[in-house]
Each structure stands twice: as structure tokens, then as C-alpha cells.
Design a protein around this ligand. Structure first.
Ligand SMILES: Cc1cc2nc3c(=O)[nH]c(=O)nc-3n(C[C@H](O)[C@H](O)[C@H](O)COP(=O)(O)OP(=O)(O)OC[C@H]3O[C@@H](n4cnc5c(N)ncnc54)[C@H](O)[C@@H]3O)c2cc1C
Length: 532
């Protein structure tokens, strides 16, 4: 099993207590500044290549044991899905935890990301179904209207319920939550600036940095002011804008654009790359584009906004596509072009913790180059997803508590919650070919599935990419109804190195959407029963 460590977290072997090797000094991209209190093996002023960075953290580090029996086993900075999950796991394994959070528990995910956006997407879908689609099902309604303020109230109630749920879990596991801004002052101490400005220092045998990420701004002339939102700003909207220009066709831009379009806005999405969701399978991205265009969203790929002018309450964006330039007027502009890690101002530099373009460099055990200091979630980069942050939190926690746990990124699913939904795991067909993997591909379409037709959902398909010789699943790419739930049978399949035959021969209940997954897996071996 390629990924045995993550799948066998019960393994109790403690990390070997060997000294870290210092990488060879060479010209490179990252500098470790002279730290105030760092492990002697961290050389000051060391320049590192990225291979060196990997080497620096590639082996388990000695876990420091402190004489203070009252010291926490872990101090965690940041209470998002990375930090609070790590806190629970340390506590489950018998450890004492202090969690430092400057804002609300749950982080971006619960307060400003995953949850509020999904609640609003549900409002958009209900509105769309009642206002536009119910006649198709033989249901008539009177006049339909949207009460956006009430939808926001509902969103905030859901968020509040989940955030207080995390608070309850902290109490249940006797985790001490300190409300304040945390900063590492040594590799065993965190200084917390409390709400009243007072400072408190807490000490622990290990520290986990889980400070997350923030939206990136674009240096486009005129792109400023109250009509320009990032994803946090969009949450503060009190009404649906009549016109919206979204800069960035990644998951966040697409979800916000779709939501406002369904609620009545005229939406244009401008994406620099040649497709929406740039890292996604190109067939899936093309199908999504087709569906969003059917919903009236204008999509400009290989395009960029070069400047913005403000004119009487609206913004005029100049958009360049190839050589041709056009002006697009919009009431609001939403910038959704990515996020950067929050690794500044928290003592990372002073301690000599290695970073690479702001991301904290970690090994597969989530250890940084400084012994006893771990980092997880958005602050370490990679896929910026809540479930990836949580799993990294579990891995860090288990290593802190003496287990030997490793993180694997092979089968982390990604999801986009438009209608149709998008869900992917593993390599795309293109990426597999680039890696020299000889592949076979299987597809099946929702338009040939009874349950999907009953739901009125004809768009989309499931596509398997499998190793040509043995049939092991290399990736799976879905677009269609409820695929964000359907993807998980493939995740488990990939975790257990299953072949497409295993999924194809498993008996799936009828009529279900999951039959599309089964048929697509069978199709990879040319054995789909219902392929027309
Ligand atoms: C609009 C939007 C939609 C998203 N939708 C999804 C989705 O559907 N699915 C998904 O998987 N992911 C989604 N994400 C991404 C997801 O929210 C992040 O990947 C996830 O929250 C990262 O978790 P984290 O614990 O690393 O960091 P965060 O959730 O950012 O939490 C970090 C926490 O640390 C705190 N903090 C920072 N610095 C300090 C300090 N010095 N002292 C004390 N506390 C500090 C912050 O206040 C914050 O609470 C979305 C993101 C956005 C913006």
C-alpha cells in the first residue's frame, strides 16, 4: 500500500530521535535569517534551493521533552479547520492543548469560506427551481420574489451554529482556547496579545502553526474602492448587484459568479488561462463553461482586466482578449484570483522557519525545519482546501503524540458547488500522460441515468483515468448532480489502490446517480452495459 502511514494512524512507533542534517549551502530562493532562539542545526543566513528545503525537513526530528510537567503538549496558532481538528486529535490522544485564535473558531472555512458560500448557493438553487424550473415538474407557483436579507440571516444562523459547535467540541475535549493574536517567541513559547492589549506567554512541547491564508489583491490601475470586492467583501453585500464582473475563473470566482447569476445578476467571468478551473480536467471545464453560459453567464477565457475606471456608481473595466480590447461596465467587481499564506508577523522569520514564497515548508509529517514546530493547512500551500487542512492537522497531532503519521496528497478530492457540481480526485488524463503513465479512459453520462432524468439533471458525466495495464484508478473527474458526494467511493477506491474493475463490478443500488460512476468504471474496460 503506497499510503500505509496515513491509513494506519494507529501505528504507535515514535519518531526516531535523530539529529537533523543541515543541507548544503548554495545559491537559491530562500534565506533562513539568523534566528534568536533556534535549534543549533539551523544555520543562520543559509540560502536554500527548493530541493534543499525538502531535504531540510525530510526526516523526523527529535521531540523535545521539557521538564515542566504543566507545559502543554501542543500550542496551536489558528482555530480554522486545520487548527481546531489538530487540537481535538491531540486531546483525543491524551495531550494537553492550548488553541490561540484571534477571531472566531472555524477560521475562513466556517466564517467566510466553505459554509457561508454553500448556504448562499442553496438559496440560489432553491430560487432558481421555484422561479424558473418548477413548471417543468408540473408545479405552479404564484409570483416569486427574493428576500436577500432573509437569505443572509439564514446563512449567518448556520455559520453561528457551526462555530458554536466547534466551541462545544473544544470544551468537551478540555482544550484551552485563548482569544488573541499568537506569535512564536521561541520554539516552545507563544506570546498571545489578548483583546485588551495585555500579553500572555504560554509554553508547550510543540507548536502547530495553522494561520491560514488571505485573498490576494491585483495591482490593476483603478481596481479599488467600495465597488471592488474580494470574497470577504462579497459576503457583506446587502443586495444582489445588477451587474457583476468576476476576475478569476477558479472555484471561488465560479461559485460566487454562479450564485449571483442565479439570483438575477448579469455576470461576466474573466479568466487569464484557457479554461475555467485551470487545473481541472479540460473536458469537465468545457462542460462547466457550456452549462454556465446556458445560465446566461458570459465567460471570457485567455483574457485579462488591464484597468478599471469609476463612473457614476459603476465600474468600467477594460478587458483584453488576445489583441482585442473591450469595455465592460459593472456595478460591482469581485476579485477572486487566489490566496496567499499568512506567515508574516508570527515569528516565523525570527525563528528561522524555512519558507518558500511565503508558504511554510514542511515534510510529510507536517514538521518544519525547527524541531517541535509544525505547520498545517493553507499556510503550507498546496491545495487550499478545508479537508486537506484538517487531515494535515490529524497527521501533525499524531506525530506530536508519538505516532508516526504521514500525509499523502494522492487522493484528496476537490469540489465546486455550482449546478452542475464538479468533483475531481487524482490526476487528469493530461497530467497522467505528462507523467508517462499509459492510461485508459472510461466515461458515462448523466443524461442516460434514470435518477438524474427524474431530477431534471441531464448535464454532465463521470470520467475515469486508469492505468492501461492493471486498471488501477489514477484519477476521476465528475461534473453533474451531487458529484461532490459521489466522488468519495472513488477516493476510497484510490486509497485502497482499487482498479476500475472493482468499482465497475460493485453492485450499485438502482436507481441512483452512483450508477453513472459504476458505468464509467466499466467503460474503461469497454464493458459499460448502458452506453449507447
Ligand atoms: C470563499 C471561499 C470559499 C471556500 N470554499 C471551500 C470549500 O467549499 N471547500 C473547501 O475545502 N475549502 C474551501 N475554501 C478554502 C478553505 O476555507 C480553506 O482551505 C481552509 O479554511 C483552510 O483552513 P486553515 O485552518 O488552514 O486556515 P483558516 O481557515 O484560514 O484558519 C486560520 C485561522 O487562524 C487565525 N489566525 C491567523 N493568524 C493568527 C494569529 N497570529 N493568532 C491567532 N489566530 C490567528 C485566523 O483568524 C483563522 O481563524 C474556501 C475559501 C474561500 C475564501
Amino acid at each position: 500500500m503506497a499510503d500505509s502511514a496515513r491509513k494506519s494512524p494507529g501505528d504507535r512507533d515514535p519518531a526516531p530521535r535523530e539529529k537533523m542534517k543541515t543541507p548544503e549551502s548554495s545559491a537559491g530562493t530562500t534565506t533562513l535569517k539568523s534566528p534568536a532562539k533556534v535549534h543549533p542545526s539551523v544555520m543562520s543566513g543559509l540560502k536554500l534551493h527548493s530541493q534543499d528545503l525538502a531535504k531540510l525537513v525530510e526526516r523526523p526530528q527529535p521531540m523535545e521533552t521539557k521538564s515542566d510537567p504543566d507545559a502543554a503538549d501542543a500550542i496551536i496558532i489558528g482555530g480554522g479547520p486545520g487548527g481546531y481538528v489538530a487540537a481535538i486529535r491531540v486531546a483525543q490522544l491524551g495531550g494537553k492543548v492550548i488553541l490561540v485564535e484571534k477571531d472566531e473558531l472555524g477560521g475562513v472555512c466556517l466564517n467566510r469560506g466553505c459554509i457561508p458560500t454553500k448556504v448562499m448557493l442553496s438559496t440560489a438553487d432553491v430560487y432558481d427551481t421555484v422561479a424558473r424550473r418548477c413548471g417543468e415538474f408540473g408545479v405552479s407557483t404564484g409570483e416569486v420574489s427574493l428576500d436577500y436579507a432573509k437569505a443572509i440571516e439564514r446563512r449567518d444562523r448556520v455559520v453561528k451554529q457551526l462555530v458554536s459547535g466547534v466551541g462545544f467540541l473544544m470544551k468537551k475535549h478540555s482544550i484551552q482556547v485563548l482569544k488573541g493574536i499568537g506569535k512564536l517567541i521561541s520554539r516552545t513559547e507563544v506570546e498571545v496579545t489578548l483583546a485588551d492589549g495585555k500579553k500572555q506567554t504560554v509554553s508547550g512541547r510543540n507548536i502547530i502553526i495553522a494561520t491560514g491564508s488571505e485573498a490576494v489583491e491585483l495591482p490593476i490601475p483603478g481596481l479599488e474602492g467600495e465597488n471592488v470586492w474580494d470574497s470577504d467583501g462579497a459576503l457583506n453585500a446587502t443586495q444582489v448587484p445588477k451587474t457583476l464582473l468576476v476576475i478569476g475563473g477558479g472555484a471561488i470566482g465560479v461559485e460566487w459568479g454562479y450564485m449571483f447569476a442565479k439570483l438575477g445578476a448579469q455576470v461576466t467571468i474573466v479568466e487569464l488561462m484557457s479554461q475555467l478551473l485551470p487545473l481541472t480536467d479540460s473536458e469537465v471545464a468545457a462542460e462547466l463553461k457550456k452549462c454556465l453560459e446556458k445560465d446566461g453567464i458570459k465567460i471570457l477565457t485567455e483574457s485579462r482586466v488591464t484597468k478599471v475606471e469609476h463612473k457614476k456608481g459603476s465600474e468600467i473595466a477594460t478587458v483584453l482578449t488576445g489583441e482585442s480590447e473591450q469595455k465592460i461596465e459593472a456595478e460591482k467587481i469581485l476579485v477572486a484570483v487566489g490566496r496567499r499564506p499568512i506567515s508574516e508577523g508570527i515569528g516565523v522569520e525570527e525563528l528561522g522557519i524555512a519558507t518558500d514564497r511565503g508558504r511554510i515548508v514542511v515534510n510529510e509529517r507536517m514538521q518544519t525545519n525547527v524541531p517541535g514546530v509544525y505547520a498545517i493547512g493553507d499556510v503550507v500551500g498546496g491545495l487550499l482546501l478545508a479537508h486537506k487542512a484538517s487531515e494535515e492537522g490529524v497527521v501533525a497531532a499524531e506525530n506530536i503524540m508519538g505516532r508516526d503519521s504521514k500525509m499523502s496528497y494522492k487522493s484528496i478530492p476537490s469540489a465546486v458547488y455550482t449546478t452542475p457540481e464538479v468533483a475531481t480526485v487524482g490526476l487528469t488524463e493530461e497530467a497522467a500522460k505528462d507523467k508517462g503513465i499509459e492510461c485508459k479512459v472510461g466515461r458515462f453520462y448523466f443524461r442516460a441515468n434514470g435518477k438524474a432524468l427524474g431530477l431534471g439533471e441531464r448535464d454532465g458525466f463521470v470520467k475515469f483515468v486508469a492505468d492501461a495495464k492493471y486498471g488501477e484508478i489514477v484519477g476521476c473527474h465528475m461534473i453533474g448532480p451531487h458529484v461532490t458526494d459521489l466522488i468519495h467511493e472513488v477516493v476510497i477506491g484510490m486509497d485502497s489502490e482499487a482498479t476500475v474493475e472493482v468499482i465497475g463490478r460493485a453492485v450499485h443500488a438502482h436507481p441512483t446517480l452512483s450508477e453513472v460512476v459504476k458505468e464509467a468504471a466499466l467503460d474503461a474496460d469497454g464493458a459499460s452495459i448502458h452506453m449507447g
